[in-house]
Design a protein around this ligand. Sequence first.
Ligand SMILES: [Zn+2]
Length: 96
Amino acid sequence: MAYVWEPRWEPYTVEVDGIKIRTCRDKTTGMIACPICIHAASKCLDLSKEPRDYNYENSFFFSPTDLIIHIREYHFRGKNAKILREKLAETAKRRH
Ligand SMILES: [Zn+2]
């Protein structure tokens, strides 16, 4: 039997230890998505259009702490950290 999970995203703000992250949460399951992995900016935050070539990944979490750990361990390490720093710099530039 095949089961396909169709998430219904809503904007959600995660707050852990003073760190605030805007991302998407599934209305049905309450699963919190990693904003970088699913490109939350276009998925539910209406901040940008869906990018044409984006390396989407499925990373969902039940607790805000797990999300923070994922971002710290996965996105701020090695080559991912370099890509993320470039993206953040790009976003900061666009804001001004
Ligand atoms: Zn992620």
